[in-house]
Structures are given as C-alpha cells and as structure tokens.
Design a protein around this ligand. Structure first.
Ligand code: 8NA
Ligand code: MG
Ligand code: MG
Ligand code: MG
Length: 306
C-alpha cells in the first residue's frame, strides 16, 4: 500500500529542486509584495513565472551530498569537498561566506581556515540545512545515523552549532517523512524537538507542532540564518502535509529566503508524498541540462539502490 520508497527518494530530490527553482524567482521580496501579487499559495503555483525554472546553490550542493552518498555510502569529507568544488558555479548564487570557502576548495587552498574564521564561531547560515536532504533519505531507518551524518555533511562549510543543528533537523524531518503513509503531526514535531540541544530549535519546533493558521507561518522567520528558516520550512510542511503545492507555495509567500525555505519544505514534502505529487507543469519546466531534472532523478534512484 501507499507510496513506494523509490518514488519518495525521487520526490524528495526533485521536490527540493522545484521548490528552490520556483522560490528563486522571489528571493529577497517582502511578504507585502508577495501578498499583493498572489491571492494564495495555489494562485502562485497555478501562475508561476513563465519560462524554464533554474535551480540555485541549494540544489547544486544537495547534488554534491547525494553524489558523495552514492559513491561512499556515507559522508566522506574529502569526497564531499571534491564534489562541492567540482559542482561549484558562482552564478548559482551562493552565500557570502560559502563563496569564499568553496573558492578555496577549488583552488586547493586551506578551506577549513575560512570555514572557521570568516564568521565568529563559524557560519549559522542555512547552507548546511538546504543541501542535507539526501542524508535523511539514505539513513532513514537509523535516526542516530541521520543525526551524525548530517553533522558530518555540514562541517566543510558550517561549524557553528546552530548551522549544524539546522541541518540535523531537516535531515531527520526527511527521514521521518519518508517512512510514513499517515504522519502523526504531534509525534513528528516532538521527535524533532526532543533531539535538539538548542532551545533556538526545540522551542519553535514545539510551537510549530501546534500551528493552525498559515498566516502565522511568518512568525518562524524568513531569513538566511538557519534559526530563521529551518523551523519555518518544517512548519510549512506540517501545516499542509498532504499538499506539496500548498507547502512550497506557503513557504514562498513569506518572501525573504524563498528559494531555500521552499527547497527544504519541498524536500520533506516530496519525501512524504512521492514524486507523483509534484505538479507536471512545474516539474516539466525544471531545467534539464547537464545536471538537471533527468540527472537528479537518476541520482535519487541510485541513492535508493545504495
Ligand atoms: P553563509 O555561510 O555565507 O551564510 C549566509 C549568511 O548568514 C552570511 O553571509 C552572513 O550574512 C550570515 N551569517 C552566517 N553566520 C554568521 C555569523 N556567525 N555571524 C554573523 N552572520 C552570519 O552561506 P550559506 O551557504 O549558509 O547561505 C545559504 C544561503 O545563500 C541560501 O539562502 C542560498 O540560497 C544562498 N543565497 C544566495 C543569494 C543570491 O545571491 N542569489 C541570496 C541569498 C542567499
Ligand atoms: Mg539558493
Ligand atoms: Mg523505516
Ligand atoms: Mg536562498
């Protein structure tokens, strides 16, 4: 019964890419602008901007994580860094610190120095969380392994505890979502919250579990910091678990870091509902060049075969 596991793997990675690519059209817009432009999440999904949907750094780096897991069966730091470097395309729009770290990886310089010193205590941007979904898929049957492998996948760029824990939350949300046909919302949020060491996550996650109204989604933030976006993405999924479209639509209507919040929410939703849930008019418009739609789909299948 229900959705087969391979459909969930494909749904997760393509759900991430579609959320990223659709959200990227609105990155940095204000919530007011979004509200004036669209009546509802469904309105946005039914009337996306015309033309091909191009994904950004979120998908590009998730591809690197997935490639590493397919090759090694776990996060191998050296392989992960070499995949990040090989896939690095500055025009995909990376974070300010991430650019410096990745350029050092490409140049064979000491990238760890930059990851440790660019920001006080390391980066707490959402860059580790935006790319982590493949970890949740591969280790879905072992939540301790999800937590540890998500940490490993963060370290090349994000050593701040809040940057790491944001990634751990998204990975575990993907793992749990990919394991159920009928999700119990309160135990989902409770399991996530109880794993967290930081009140910055555990408090909002418990509040998100009680959320009733999409108008309150913005209370969890729409920023580039992991603490202002990770719980927002999980909350968007938790509000409308049976609709991929409403989940990413509501995430994008918040404005701010729309590509990343929709990428994270879309990955969780796609893992829960499977690839057939993603509207054809969005999926068929996703770019399909060297590492586009076809490549991502095959990568998800290879990850499932691992
Ligand atoms: P990052 O590590 O550069 O972090 C992102 C930003 O968070 C930094 O540039 C800082 O402004 C802030 N920040 C992080 N840590 C600290 C700290 N310890 N103290 C003070 N400020 C801090 O990059 P990342 O990979 O985490 O960023 C991911 C985001 O970058 C995603 O939204 C992604 O979509 C991308 N992004 C791209 C554009 C673009 O140019 N198209 C715009 C925004 C974000
Ligand atoms: Mg991006
Ligand atoms: Mg299971
Ligand atoms: Mg972003």
């Amino acid at each position: 019964t229900g959705i087969c596991v391979e459909e969930r793997f494909v749904g997760c990675l393509l759900g991430l890419a579609v959320g990223d690519a659709l959200g990227a059209h609105f990155e940095g817009q204000s919530p007011d602008f979004m509200e004036r432009r669209y009546r509802s999440a469904t309105d946005l999904i039914d009337h996306p901007p015309p033309g091909e949907l191009w994904y950004t750094d979120d998908t590009q780096m998730a591809i690197g994580v997935a490639e590493t897991l397919v090759a090694c069966g776990r996060i191998d730091d050296e392989v992960l860094c070499s995949r990040f470097a090989a896939n690095y395309l500055p025009q995909r729009g990376y974070g300010r610190g991430a650019k410096v770290v990745l350029q050092a990886m490409c140049d064979g310089e000491d990238h760890r120095f930059w990851a440790e010193n660019l920001f006080e205590g390391g980066s707490f941007g959402n860059g580790a969380a935006m790319r982590v979904a493949p970890v949740g898929l591969l280790f879905r049957d072992d939540h301790d392994a999800v937590w540890e492998q998500a940490r490993q996948s963060s370290l090349p760029t994000h050593i701040h505890p809040l940057g790491i824990e944001g990634a751990q939350v998204i990975a575990l949300a993907v793992a749990i979502a990919s394991s159920f046909d009928q999700l119990d919302r309160s135990s989902f949020f409770e399991e996530l919250a109880s794993r967290c060491a930081s009140v910055e996550y555990s408090g909002p996650l418990r509040r998100a579990g009680r959320l009733e109204d999409d108008r309150d989604l913005g209370l969890f933030g729409n920023g580039i910091e992991a603490t202002a976006s990770v719980v927002t993405a999980v909350a968007a999924f938790g509000l409308t678990p049976d609709s991929y479209e409403e989940t990413i639509g509501n995430a994008i209507l918040l404005g701010g870091d729309t590509d990343t919040i929709a990428a994270m929410a879309g990955a969780i939703s796609g893992a829960y509902l499977g690839v057939n849930t993603i509207a054809g008019h969005l999926l068929n418009n996703l770019e399909d060049r060297k590492q586009g739609r076809t490549y991502i789909k095959q990568l998800a299948k290879n990850l499932h075969g691992r």
